[in-house]
Design a protein around this ligand. Sequence first.
Ligand code: 3H9
Length: 695
Amino acid sequence: MTAVEYELAGDIAVLTIKNPPVNAASQAVRAGLVTQIERAEREAKAVLIVGDGHTFIAGADISEFGKPPQDPWLPGVCSRIEDCSLPVVAALHGTALGGGLEVALGAHYRVAIGSAKVGLPEVHLGIMPGAGGTQRLPRLTGTETALDMITTGRHVSAAEALEFGILDKISDGTPRDIGLAYAEQVLKEGNGPRPTRDMPAPEPVDFDAWHQKLITAGKGQIAPATAVRAVQAACDLPFDDGLAKERELFSDLMNSPQREGLIHAFFAERAVSKLPELQDVVPRELTRIGVVGGGTMGAGIAGAALLAGLSVTLIERDRAAAEKAEKTVNALLDGAEKRGKLSQARRKDITAGAFSTATDYAALSDADLVIEAVFEDIAVKKEVFAKLDQVCKDSAILATNTSYLDINEIAAATSRPQSVIGLHFFSPAHIMKLLEIVVADKTAPDVVATGFALAKRLRKTAVRAGVCDGFIGNRILAHYRMAVDNMVLDGASPYDVDKALVKFGMAMGPFAVSDLAGLDIGWATRKRKAATRDPRERVPTYADRLCEMGRFGQKTGRGFYLYPDGARKGVEDPEVLDLIAAERAAAGVTPRAFSETDIQTRFICAMINEAARVVEDGIAQRPLDVDVTLIAGYGFPRWRGGPMKYADMTGLETILAHLRNFATEDPFFWQPAPLLERLVEKGRTFEDLNQGMDV
Ligand code: 3H9
């Protein structure tokens, strides 16, 4: 099979790109385009480029990145298309993204079907358009629109693309038919090639302001701000010099660790749902969902399911609670409607019966899946599951949203442990991307497959986890949280810790996160764990003191920070520093200084060390499952690729050396994970484990 097929349709050479699944511009596609353009110049009067299957070209072939480049390069291919002596039409359907849109911009005319989308999403991969996109797009759209598209990477609808001047026409039909019709019209009207490079340079804007804004918003990510300078070159320099500047900036980004991290994240996010054990397993049918408990979490889950087109029955203990839950769900649906995430037609369906509340479990008798989101108490949960087991149909799946409780024990309260699973949503459940699918000892494969199918429907990133206290994410969180709590006890200020970790790229600092979640959550966990705690563990208690003072975080206006007048951003509070100082004195600790690097190193090493144990224990199947969990649910910077990728890029021996060094102060907490030690000993990496190597 050739990657670019050639066919003469009258005077028009039709070049069809065939490189499933997304027609990525691989070396074969690039070479094919050049060869077939040359052939067309000998045989035809116009050229049409279309994609086979369900899309145009989704971009350069990402799997080639980081490997030695292979000729011909995409920039040269786009220029060759633009230099064609015949008029070239690109007919778009599906997505024309990145290098795919750049191929289309190299063409002289662009048409699309109404559902097509275009975009330059390279910044999400840590790079920027590198095949002329930063030079050609602003010539067509104007500078501001091009800057917006290139720095956000957003996908633009065909209608918007027409308005922006990217497309010449939107038509109904197959891409081949609409493209041929347009090419025939071009020939009939006697129009020739129309290279974008010959258009006047776009107008300059305040590039320094754009650059500065993106540096701040990027929280460490450099690609969007770098791309601004390439667009600036389109305004300031002749076309060829602008292309050279684009190439230089593109190469810098291509060689950056951020590109490596983001491309790892891209493939890891797709790999998490590909479990060998689920191959050929058919998920169960899902239409009607039950939710037990209408608090923040239950209402969020109900909202997410309704937004995905499922029917939902929500159970509360009495009418008043059910009405309150109904209001919460409706408020979040209002928000979704305002953001354009919910059509009016769907809203009508929801009001007409797709959503109902009840106080009697019997209302769940025809549910295909019930998700329990009641109080985190094993006795309460077991009671709920026993009741569900009685009323639900035999094929129904019973899921718990517990964050840490033993799902095997919950499953044992039913007569169908094979149909019991953990579906651990993150709050707010209709927004947060992560879903941990927690597989208990007896959970059947088709139940696991249904969990993944549900996640896909809800547009969530699902990661398979095993049963333990906290599963993947919260177990690792508890450990790195302990590292920062100990650092504060030893002398760091919680405010400096937050600042250092935000600088590292975390969405929020851990103390600000506690304030947002509510300090009572950590307090309850510490009390729960007190009975089984290893006596060698250090347990800072200053957070307990804050709770005893009624400082539960944002909801009470005071926690680690102060939130005057309901402010969302906290203000530092000297009283908290005094309280911590008093605790240090009582514990006989002489405070010492921690630099920004010290804080970041201890935080990330604690995270990696526990993550290695989570992998060794089989709670996460592969290191990449940890990476996706921390990125999608815990604010870990995507551009660092996740903690395991970060560890590989830093060098596992360096991480191990830090751990051994820290262990001299606190041998219990910093004891290196055996898996990490083995990997270093054998010269292996976490990526080797992702690839299936046994270590
Ligand atoms: C670029 O173009 C640089 C240039 O400016 C300059 C160059 C010099 N390459 O997501 P899906 C695979 S950078 C290779 O599950 P969907 C993907 O891994 C690129 N493979 O489907 C998966 O494989 P598998 C700019 C790719 O329907 C399969 O295709 N372009 C590529 O949910 C299906 O993918 C982008 O950033 C690729 N470019 O979504 C677009 N793209 O089945 C990146 C996908 O083995 N891609 N694959 O797991 C996307 O955003 C989505 O894949 C897309 C389809 C929206 C296209």
